[in-house]
Design a protein around this ligand. Structure first.
Ligand code: FCB
Length: 469
């Protein structure tokens, strides 16, 4: 790797800052039916016509299941200190119950050993959205039993890998699993019912708590956390109605998960907002104590900000305010923008929002160590003479790392940063049409081409800091 920067002096990061990159099983592995793996909800969903752009599936993806050794070499060349990846539940426990599938576990045993051999700390996520289809057929996350199944799977994973893996994340972005999977239905399993989305959110958190307890019981030294996708949120104007819209979306997107997990209670205003959707009858007395099992770390995925407001005066609620809804009970909230530059996902680029999210967490939960477990951007890439000059993505990373540094300077215990993503991959409902990688993947040949952002990131890691501005 070449060092694209001559001067990398300031800002520097804490000496033990954990520099990494992230991926997820269904997005990169392929080999969907190898070694006993059974379908997950994403296999079923992506094979359902009209659900994923271009009819793309994860059948082959980046072929990482067969190319893991080369991919680890690439990580080592980039100088990654840590690699965040997820385990495929249906590889490890086909069908979602019963004993472990050793062939599936072996893949992860080899991967972990290889990472450690290259001095790369493995950071394992247990659930990055690929619920075994059999469990969805039995009711999915809206069913309470799924939480118990998840804890069992967590025990199998920790029994196999806990001697070598220190950092464990139970769930990645339960908001997406619950509200996109069961609310709007734009993600697998593609159901749309507000009450189910809320139940799913609860059982995901219950599964997280049960899994955290089971993992700690088996390995007292495990660092157990959860990753939430948190947003900076602003009202469109200073009007009270817009402030209420911002409160509602902050409630559903952020506090619906933060409060139960970190305070052991649902926010009363969110429960009130959801009154017509659900009576929360699915919550049992003992659940919140389990859900709020103390975390070792909190993972934060930050991409953008929501700017929201009330509908224009006089507009009557119509069917367009109703189902299928990502925001049950708050369908009337309008999403606007501030005219900032956007990525290829049409997400506004708002690095100050990241400082806002991190400092808010520190203010509200002062003791909690934080990691940015995902941050990155999709842009349209072009291969020219075998190279990809992704100046926009590089600038995005640079701005957000400066935001991280600002947060650290303000006293936030931010311990590490994982770029999303190590390589281009299956971007869920967008299929392969959106590229988030620091490494370009040619899906025809499976060639990997480190983009300019990857070479730049390698230099940042080497220097433990960014160029002075
Ligand atoms: C996050 C997901 C990740 C990827 C990025 C772009 O919501 O965790 O898998 O899709 O968005």
């Amino acid at each position: 790797m070449t060092n694209d920067q001559s001067e990398l002096t300031d800002p520097t990061f804490p000496a033990d800052f954990l520099w990494g990159a992230a991926t997820a099983a269904y997005q990169i592995e392929g080999s969907a039916a190898e070694d006993g793996r059974t379908p997950s909800i994403w296999d079923t969903f992506s094979r359902t016509p009209g659900k994923v752009r271009n009819g793309d599936t994860g059948d082959v993806a980046c072929d990482h299941y067969r190319r893991a050794p080369e991919d680890v070499k690439l990580m080592a060349e980039l100088g990654l200190r840590s690699y965040r990846f997820s385990l495929s539940w249906p590889r490890i426990q086909p069908g979602g119950s019963g004993p472990a599938n050793e062939a599936g576990l072996d893949f992860y045993r080899r991967l972990v050993d290889d990472l450690l051999g290259h001095g790369i700390e493995p950071w394992v996520t247990l659930y990055h959205w690929d619920l075994p289809q059999a469990l969805e057929d039995a009711g999915g996350w809206p069913a309470r039993d799924t939480a118990a199944r998840f804890a069992e799977y967590a025990e199998l994973a920790v029994a196999a890998l806990g001697d070598r893996v220190r950092y464990w994340t139970t769930l990645n972005e339960p908001w997406c699993s619950a509200f996109l999977g069961y609310g709007s239905g734009v993600h697998a399993p593609g159901r749309s019912d507000g009450a189910d989305a809320v139940r799913a959110g609860h059982h995901l958190m219950l599964g997280h708590g049960l899994a955290a307890q089971a993992m700690r019981a088996s390995r007292a030294d495990a660092e157990v956390g959860v990753t939430l996708n948190l947003y900076a949120i602003s009202p469109l104007t200073g009007s009270p109605a817009d402030a209420d819209a911002a409160r509602r979306i902050d409630g559903l997107a952020n506090r619906f998960f933060l409060d139960p997990i970190l305070r052991g209670e649902y926010p009363a205003d969110v429960v009130a907002d959801l009154r017509e959707v659900t009576d929360f009858g699915h919550v049992r007395d003992e659940d919140l104590a389990v859900i709020s099992t103390p975390l070792s770390v909190l993972g934060v995925n930050y991409y953008s900000r929501y700017v929201v407001g009330a509908p224009p005066e006089g507009e009557e609620p119509g069917p367009h305010w109703r189902k299928p809804s990502t925001w049950p009970g708050s369908e009337h909230v309008m999403f606007g923008d501030r005219g900032l530059p956007v990525t290829d996902m049409n997400w506004e680029i708002d690095a100050p929002g990241m400082v806002e999210v991190l400092t808010r967490l520190h203010r509200e939960y002062p003791e909690l160590p934080l990691y940015v477990t995902e941050n990155g951007s999709a842009f349209i890439d072009e291969v020219v003479d075998g190279e990809v000059h992704d100046a926009d993505r590089l600038a995005y990373f640079d701005a957000h790392l400066r935001a991280c540094h600002e947060a650290i300077a303000a006293g936030v215990p931010l311990r590490g940063y994982f770029a999303w993503s190590l390589m281009d991959n299956f971007e869920w409902a967008w299929g392969y049409s959106k590229r988030f990688g620091m490494v370009y993947v040619d899906y025809e040949t499976q060639a990997r081409i480190p983009k300019s952002s990857a070479k730049w990131y390698a230099a940042v890691i080497r220097n433990n800091g960014l160029a002075a501005q």
